[in-house]
Structures are given as structure tokens and as C-alpha cells.
Write a protein that binds this ligand. Sequence first.
Ligand SMILES: Cc1cc2nc3c(=O)[nH]c(=O)nc-3n(C[C@H](O)[C@H](O)[C@H](O)COP(=O)(O)O)c2cc1C
Length: 216
Amino acid sequence: MPHLLHLDSSADLDTSRSRAIGQTFVDAWLEADPQNTVTHRDLHRAPLPHLADSSLHWPEHARPEGSNPPAEAVALQAALIEELLTADVVLVGAPLYNYSMPSTLKAWIDHIHVPGITAGDKQPMAGRPAVIISSRGVSYDEGSPTAGWDHAVPALQLILGTSLGMPVTLVSTSLTLAEAVPELADQIERGREELALAHEEAASAGSRLGGMTRLE
Ligand SMILES: Cc1cc2nc3c(=O)[nH]c(=O)nc-3n(C[C@H](O)[C@H](O)[C@H](O)COP(=O)(O)O)c2cc1C
């Protein structure tokens, strides 16, 4: 049965939209086949340390001469990569924080993106789907003055898609702050519509991917 690795990184434990939309995906994933499995890693509740040593960006044989990363950091990285490699599908909750991804999610990326092990000429995750749930307080529409200010989704697409070779599905909801910020009041309806659509898209992706047979 397919196995899902589900990452959350929102620092909002009560009203997070990326957490809620991710849960919609997981519900559909489990409904598609109750034998489907899930590992949930909450990067906010249980944050990873920052990458302990730059040499960890490389496989052991390619590390700079004399490098000596701490044993516990080597072990943590190996465990995180193993957890990734056991997943048939990866679901990433990715709120936009200061135009980029939460530092908790970045710490996970820094551990698992290793050319020669997960990326570059070795792409063990190639062909396994990744689903990114993006939630953003305002909007960054094409053609608007703020187009291109979201640096989280493009980086995740590059790393999971281009570097790791995973086909990426993006589910996004923006204007999540419309109901709280008076200047955005005229966009409340659009924010609600985007949220409803994101839940629909997550449910559809969860049942489609949850219904597939295990890749290996
Ligand atoms: C530390 C922090 C930084 C934020 N920076 C941005 C930002 O740069 N752009 C934006 O559109 N919204 C920003 N927001 C708003 C969040 O993207 C928004 O609340 C979103 O819904 C968070 O995802 P969540 O609902 O899953 O928690 C920020 C929120 C926080 C807490």
C-alpha cells in the first residue's frame, strides 16, 4: 500500500490553512484505501536543528577533506533521508513567511537535499509525487506589482521537482489575511473561494494518489 510522508510547518496550531488543507488531503488519502499509511512530521512542534555542518550537503565520499560533521547530525540526516525514501508520496504544508518558506521547513530541506544521494545524478524519488500546500496572507498575482515576491513555492518546486525529480502538484490559497486586515476587506470573498477550491483540489489529489499502487 502506498505510504505518505506528511510535513507540516505552520507555526499556527489553531487556524492554519495549510494544516487544514493538508488534513483534507490525508483524509482523502486514507479514505481511498484504509490500508494506506502516513508518517506525519510536524516541523513546528518538533523542529529540526539547523544543518550542523556544511559538509553534510555532500555524501560522505564527496565531503571536503578533513571535514568531520558531528555523529549525531550524520545520524539525523540519514534518518530523515530514510524517512523520505520510504515515502511514495510527499505532502508539504508550506505557509509563506517573509516571502520565503518557514525556517523549520528549510531545515528539513537542508538535511534531505544531498546531491549524489537524493539529487543530481541519483534521484531515488524521481517519479514519486510531491504535493505542496501553499498558504499566503496576501496575493502575488501574475502581472501585479508583487508578482514574483513569493520565493517559497519556486524554491520548493526547484528542489522537489527539478533536483529530486518528483512530479509536483501545487495547491495554493492566498489572501488568508483578508478577514483580519481591514485594507484587504474587499478581497474577503476571493480568499474564501480560494480556500474552498484548495480543499477541493487537496481532496481530489488525496484520493487520486491514495488510489495508486505502491511504486516499488
Ligand atoms: C512570520 C510570518 C511571516 C509572514 N510573511 C508573509 C509574507 O511574506 N507574505 C504573505 O503573503 N503572508 C505572510 N504571512 C502570513 C501567512 O502567510 C498567512 O497567515 C498564511 O495563512 C500562513 O499559513 P497558515 O494559515 O497555514 O498558518 C506571514 C505570517 C507569519 C506568521
